[in-house]
Ligand binder design. Sequence first.
Ligand SMILES: Cc1cc2nc3c(=O)[nH]c(=O)nc-3n(C[C@H](O)[C@H](O)[C@H](O)COP(=O)(O)O)c2cc1C
Length: 189
Amino acid sequence: MSVDLYAWAEELDSLHAHAWQRLVRGVHDRHAPARHPTLATVSPEGWPQARTVVLRAADRVNRTLQIHTNLYSPKIAHLTATPIAALHVWDSRQRLQIRLHADVEIGHGAAVASTWSAVPERSRVAYSRSQSPGQLMHTALAYEAQPDQAAFAVLRLHVRMMDLLHLGPNHRRAQFSRDLGWAGRWLAP
Ligand SMILES: Cc1cc2nc3c(=O)[nH]c(=O)nc-3n(C[C@H](O)[C@H](O)[C@H](O)COP(=O)(O)O)c2cc1C
């Protein structure tokens, strides 16, 4: 691979823009690495809790991301107690690790009705109150559930900080934070 392929990693602005571009790509391309980021929350007992999710929206202008989830899943209890999360993506083709911190807002009910109406029928079964993720069952497949809009939640992540590590011919790492007006700074990788 030529060095030029990674020209975007050489300047702070282009590196930052490229990371957002890769996040947006994840929303629209089911094969893109950012389609399935790892979302980490903190349990009320202080345990880190990481799980794969689907990235549903990425808005570079407002610096927000969206994830759909079951309102009765354990992560909602974590986020209610501690409304912050970390998100991780390893984009191997781009040799780029994206890590970010975000404040998380939980949307449900009427506030997310229009989003629910766009959820395909086959995907709606993940949203049920009677069979919530993590619930104990007597047998492995005893989870037939009726889709229920009341169990549908949208996590809106307001990005606070982004940490980018590029493992190209040269290793580069930069951090961009809301507190510093999104002016990036280079860090030792
Ligand atoms: C490929 C893949 C995609 C997933 N997408 C989502 C998702 O978009 N939202 C979600 O809540 N869980 C998703 N899950 C399930 C979560 O990883 C997790 O098992 C579930 O949300 C329960 O997590 P919790 O107990 O921490 O709340 C996905 C799992 C995989 C393997």
